[in-house]
Design a protein around this ligand. Structure first.
Ligand code: G1P
Length: 317
């Protein structure tokens, strides 16, 4: 059976985005015209996911509302002659099933994934972090490539990685790849050139948020994972780690130590990760998505050009 279940943890408080996230989830912040989590779900759907299991927490009900069919809003649009706006609600009709469970205590990402166990514990699963968009406008099929590789290699886990500047390793799970990086022997059928598949490598270790001096590489976990169900047993045995939280990274590390075959797959440059977890990368993502918007992008580009030109002129005065 193809893998079609994705766990999307969305329980975090979003403290790095306060005050925006005081009473709304960071996953509902807009990037261009859509909230973050809509891109995540669209990306997962285009990679073959059919069941989306959100692990939520306090204050996250607007995520559930967003994916409901809003009959009242639809009739208001019809009655007020705004039928053309109905296409903005098309995503509600996707052939997807949604499930929600709550992480009742904030004990870390690993614990959030473990909360999905009663609903997802017996089959391979995708985990997609709800605050990261992969590719401009979520135009990425990285998850499909990961599930293909997972099956082809009979892996225990496949994890997406991006290269980050050395000083940023402190923010991520960092890979120790088996050196030298071993390319995948053959790209999955029908997926074209190897370069579009991304380099695949075996992981010897994974370290959550290491100090710069201790980082074994600058390959950072990029918010997408595929796991055999064994991950749940490992999570249940994982003691609190970095920040006193139960870390998904530590359970993966345990998987490797127990002889599991854990593969990394590098995101190609064309499918960057947009991190909506802090203001710096959120602002950049918003500007990039807004500039790429077919309707509003060109005018925004003109505005920014003249705004920046004026700023430069003022600075010279
Ligand atoms: C989490 C993971 C980390 C990963 C990052 C981005 O960290 O713990 O390993 O690199 O997501 O995918 P967080 O951003 O929740 O601190």
């Amino acid at each position: 059976m193809p893998i079609d279940l994705a766990i999307v943890p969305v329980a975090g408080h979003g403290t790095r985005l306060l005050p925006s996230t005081k009473s709304q989830p960071k996953e509902m912040l807009p990037v261009g015209r859509k909230p973050v989590v809509q891109y995540v779900v669209e990306e997962l759907a285009s990679s073959g996911m059919r069941r989306i299991l959100f692990v939520t927490g306090p204050g996250k009900t607007s995520i559930e509302n967003h994916f409901d069919i809003n009959v009242e809003l639809i009739s208001v649009l019809r009655e007020t002659g705004k039928e053309e706006l109905l296409e903005e609600l098309e995503f509600e009709r996707k052939d997807l099933q949604y499930f929600y469970t709550r992480q009742r205590r904030q004990l870390g990402l690993g614990h959030a994934v473990l909360c999905a166990r009663p609903l997802a514990g017996h089959e391979p699963v995708v985990v997609a972090l709800g605050d990261s968009i992969i590719g401009l406008n979520a135009q990425s099929d990285i998850v499909r490539r990961m599930t293909d590789e997972f099956e082809r290699a009979d892996a225990d886990a496949v994890i997406a990685f991006e290269t980050v500047p050395r000083e940023d390793v402190v923010h991520y799970g960092i890979a120790k790849p088996r050196s030298p990086l071993t390319p995948s022997p053959s790209p999955p059928e029908g997926r074209g050139e190897k370069s579009s598949v991304g380099e695949v490598f075996v992981l010897d270790d994974l370290i959550e948020k290491p100090a710069v001096a201790e980082a074994p590489s600058n390959l950072a976990v990029a918010a997408r994972y595929v796991f055999k169900p064994a991950i749940f047993d490992l999570l249940a045995q994982t003691p609190p780690g970095k920040g006193g939280e139960i870390q998904l990274t530590d359970a993966i590390r345990l998987m490797i130590q127990m002889g599991g075959r854990v593969l990394g797959i590098q995101l190609p440059a064309s499918e960057r990760r947009f991190d909506i977890g802090n203001f710096e990368s959120y602002f950049q993502a918003f500007v990039e998505f807004a500039l790429a918007d077919s309707r509003y992008g060109p005018a925004l580009r003109d505005f920014l050009r003249s705004h920046l030109a004026n700023e430069t002129a003022d600075a010279r005065r």
